[in-house]
Design a protein around this ligand. Structure first.
Ligand code: GCU
Length: 855
């Protein structure tokens, strides 16, 4: 396809406020300069959608084309459902969408190779032909065409596109009560108060977004499933959801609770081989298919993290999966059986124990025992959606079993959508990994396409967790991850940056400045996040015992969860070697195993995943010691995050209005600005906590003298306090000097005062570190010589849209910054906090920062 050189054109944009509901399907009007290229598509064109049934994806495609061309070009085109009829209108241009069968094509040879869901898109001047292998494919082709014109691309194309794999599903972790496990964007759009919601408008809107990225299935409820989803009333509700999503070609499935025959059905057992249990599931499944004839199938989390499963009865995991497979088989359904099975009560004193070994230990010997409509769904790494993991070795061990990869769009361990982290490069590092099974090229993506082992059913599952927030994920920027997920599932050879650029043009603007800004900060975001949260393969050093958001490296060790770092005063890292460790490295095929067995051949980014080394061990890449690299990475990562904010802020118009020469509406510009401001502050919390933690543990100084040294900060506990008292913070490394102040019990108002007599007169940035906990919305005001400087509220739970913590810790630690403040030596700085409920207006420090210093 041909891209116009936007850089040479002076584009002008008309922008209206937007809330993100349409994601990348905005169909924003093209700038006049680009509209002129549309001359090949006359405004008298006729759209022909070869299906008259309103709930058919082909019909929907016609409507979508109509709406898209109206939005992008301002055309009002007529829509017909009969080719012959429309031909009689004598229009010079026809945009045709339908299935191959409906068009009755005298099959072109390349079109005949289309796989299920595939499409052929042919644009020749004013003639546009979009033919799907099935109805869904036709809709995908229509979205592809709309994506082109929304980007101002009117070139002729002849595109034949088929999916890499048949399973391209999203998983939602919604609970029946309306909450969402690891959801960061409000309540469920599907469930409330134990039932399916009445108004399914959002479900249909979500299906539209999913169809546009070629997702064909959705599992609606949490893998930690509630059996009452299978009551008659709730199955009726599921039927309504399926009806809402069917026009977009999205089939619904559900997660099951293995014990349902007992807990819901009242049977004495849930043994998968017991005839009464088999009968119960057969009946339930038939009842579901009565309501939803195209029901996609089941997702099963069994014998994991307290969930019931077949092991309870000494049956195998394959017995468990096949129970459901037999139930759905006559109806054409699929069972996604999760490989996330492990013991969460491991003995940390056992050097050889390793949670990473679990998937292969539990599943390898079952290869070939699963029925053909079972797909084993494997998390990308051996632990749990960490910022860096090697690919799960289980992908190499199931040549006779269908496999799917489980990716997480929901950023559970990656900043929970409050940090910008573009995940496609992470996913690509896994998909492009060559596992060298039997010494043959074995890219993870060719295992997932089914090609490597000759499997028919395989693919991709993405945990998304959209919520009622109008922008779906609680973050406009995070939507690039959903977009990239769908497109990579379709074609995993695609380039993450190219996908990002497409998403940016469709989501924000065709402005070259916006494009380069969003691209550069997004592409830098995963490396930055890795740098400030846990590098060298240590995993995300978050609080694994609480909310998986802020820093708490100590929480990783000395418990049964097995996300260990084995850090002590001299050494750090898991020994996963065969020679001396847990043996995990040996789960890979020999070429890869040999590479991971020795530090000298292990890539630096996975060094501490595989090896227990002294802090003074030198890295292959930059020759630094592990500890110095760790310090430097955390400082560099946090610095990069400051740059995201600066780059975005630079898009602001000179007149302070809408951003980027009017290229982005003010509403979304401000939302993103707010989140990047938050991230810049929280990245410093991460930096200080992690660097401080390992400094305290190793007692090895930072060569650059930064760690633990904050010459520009005034600790709140050292200010003159009225109504405030000092409290210790846990973990101590998440507060400056380990201590904060809170309004004393029984009081409402506190005051902290410092005389700036150590500060030379000049212009400074003032940063105030505080904690924003769930349980109240405290008010704060800062003053210089009693002149107001800044006022704010501890309301991140509203503004970032999810709850971090009820305590003072690494989740709630945050800060506000005021730039360019004129200070005279001896000025009096005062912060007043008004407590609200459980939020006792906690303060950590005030920093008076000379130009260019961020600390
Ligand atoms: C993670 C996550 C849980 C989830 C589990 C799973 O451990 O924290 O909330 O239930 O993965 O994928 O089953």
């Amino acid at each position: 396809m041909l891209w116009y050189t936007w850089g040479l054109l002076a584009l002008s944009f008309g922008v209206v406020a937007e809330n993100g509901l349409n994601g990348w399907l905005r169909y924003a009007p093209l700038p006049d300069e680009l509209r002129q290229h549309a001359s090949s598509l006359p405004s008298r064109a006729v759209i022909v959608a070869l299906n008259e049934t309103e709930t058919s994806p082909v019909y929907v495609a016609g409507k979508e084309l109509q709406a898209g061309l109206k939005g992008v070009l301002g055309y009002t085109l007529s829509l017909s459902h009969n080719l012959n009829l429309s031909a009689s209108t004598n229009s010079s241009a026809i945009i045709l969408v339908g299935t191959l069968a409906a068009y009755n094509l005298s099959v072109k040879h390349n079109v005949s190779t289309l796989a299920a869901d595939g499409f052929w898109l042919n644009v020749k001047g004013g003639q546009v032909t979009i033919l799907g292998q099935n109805e869904r494919g036709a809709l995908y082709g229509a979205f592809e065409y709309l994506s082109m014109i929304a980007q101002g691309d009117f070139s002729d194309v002849d595109l034949v596109s088929s999916p890499s794999a048949p399973i391209r599903w999203v998983n939602e972790w919604d609970n029946l009560d309306g909450t969402i496990e690891r959801g960061y964007a409000g309540a469920s759009i599907f469930f409330r108060n134990g039932a399916v919601v009445e108004d399914l408008t959002r479900a249909a809107q979500y299906a539209r977004l999913l169809a546009s990225i070629r997702i064909n299935g959705i599992v609606l409820n949490n893998v930690n499933a509630n059996a009452t989803l299978l009551t008659a009333e709730n199955m009726d509700g599921l039927g309504r959801i399926a009806d809402a999503m069917r026009p977009y070609g999205v089939q619904v499935g559900i997660s099951l609770n293995f014990a349902s025959p007992q807990t819901l059905g009242g049977l004495a057992t849930f043994d998968p081989l017991d005839p009464s249990v088999v009968g119960w599931w057969t009946d339930k499944t038939a009842q579901l298919y009565q309501r939803i004839p195209d029901f996609a199938g089941y997702l099963v989390k069994a014998n994991s993290e307290g969930q019931p499963g077949p092991l309870t009865y000494n049956r195998t995991l394959a017995d468990g999966a096949n129970l459901f497979a037999r139930a759905v088989l006559p109806h054409g359904g699929v069972v996604m059986f999760r490989a996330f099975v492990y013991n969460n009560h491991l003995d940390p004193s056992d050097w050889k124990a390793d949670r990473a070994n679990a998937a292969v230990d539990f599943f390898q010997h079952l290869d070939g025992h699963f029925l053909d409509n079972v797909v084993v769904q494997i998390k990308y790494g051996p632990i749990d959606f960490q910022v860096r993991e090697p690919p799960s070795p289980l992908f190499a061990h199931l040549p006779h079993t269908n496999a799917a990869i489980e990716l997480q769009i929901s950023q559970e361990y990656l900043g929970q959508q409050s940090h910008l982290v573009y995940l496609a490069p992470l996913w690509k590092s896994i998909l492009d990994f060559d596992l060298c099974v039997d010494g043959q090229p074995s890219l993870v993506r060719s295992i997932l396409s089914g090609a490597r082992f000759g499997r028919k059913l395989s693919g991709y599952a993405g945990v998304v967790n959209v919520g009622t927030n109008p922008n779906w994920l609680g973050s406009h920027m995070a939507m690039s991850n959903l977009f990239a997920f769908g497109h990579l599932a379709w074609d995993p050879t695609q380039n993450p940056q190219t996908l990002l650029e497409t998403w940016t043009r469709l989501t924000f603007s065709l402005s070259p400045t916006v494009l380069s800004t969003v691209t550069s900060i997004s592409m830098a975001s995963w490396p930055a996040y890795e740098n400030y949260t846990g590098n060298l393969g240590m995993q995300t050093l978050t609080d694994i015992l609480y909310t998986h958001f802020g820093p708490n490296p100590a929480s990783h060790d000395n418990n049964g969860w097995g996300q260990w770092t084995r850090a002590d005063s001299t050494f750090i890292g898991m020994d996963r070697t065969v020679s001396n460790g847990t043996g995990f490295a040996g789960q890979y095929p020999p070429d890869i195993a040999a590479q991971f067995e020795a530090p000298a051949t292990t890539p630096d980014e996975l060094l501490l995943w595989f090896h227990h080394v002294p802090y003074t061990h030198r890295l292959r890449g930059d020759g630094k010691t592990v500890i110095q690299h760790l310090y430097d990475a955390h400082y560099a990562g946090a610095q990069t995050a400051q740059g995201f904010l600066a780059a975005w802020a630079a898009l602001r118009d000179d007149d302070g209005g809408a951003a980027g020469a009017g290229a982005i509406d003010a509403e979304r510009f401000d939302d993103v600005l707010f989140q990047l401001t938050y991230q810049a502050g929280h990245a410093l919390v991460w930096r200080d906590a992690i660097a401080g933690f390992y400094h305290n543990l190793s007692w090895i100084a930072d060569e650059h003298g930064r760690v633990g040294y904050h010459p520009h900060r005034i600790e709140a506990e050292n200010m003159v306090l009225r109504g405030y008292v000092a409290v210790g913070v846990t973990p101590a490394v998440t507060a400056s000097n380990g201590t904060a102040i809170v309004v004393a019990d029984g009081g409402v108002r506190g005051e902290a005062v410092a005389v700036l007599d150590g500060v030379a007169s000049g212009v400074y940035d003032i940063a105030i570190g505080y904690f924003d906990v769930f349980g109240g919305r405290a008010h704060y005001g800062a003053f210089i010589n009693d002149e107001p400087l800044v006022e704010w509220i501890g309301d991140l739970e509203d503004r970032l849209g999810h709850v971090f913590s009820t305590k003072l810790d690494g989740h709630s630690a945050t800060r506000v910054t005021v730039k360019g403040v004129g200070i005279e030596r001896g000025d009096v700085l005062k912060v007043i906090g008004i407590a609200d409920g459980g939020e006792r207006a906690p303060l950590d420090y005030v920093a008076v920062l000379p130009a260019g210093v961020v600390d």
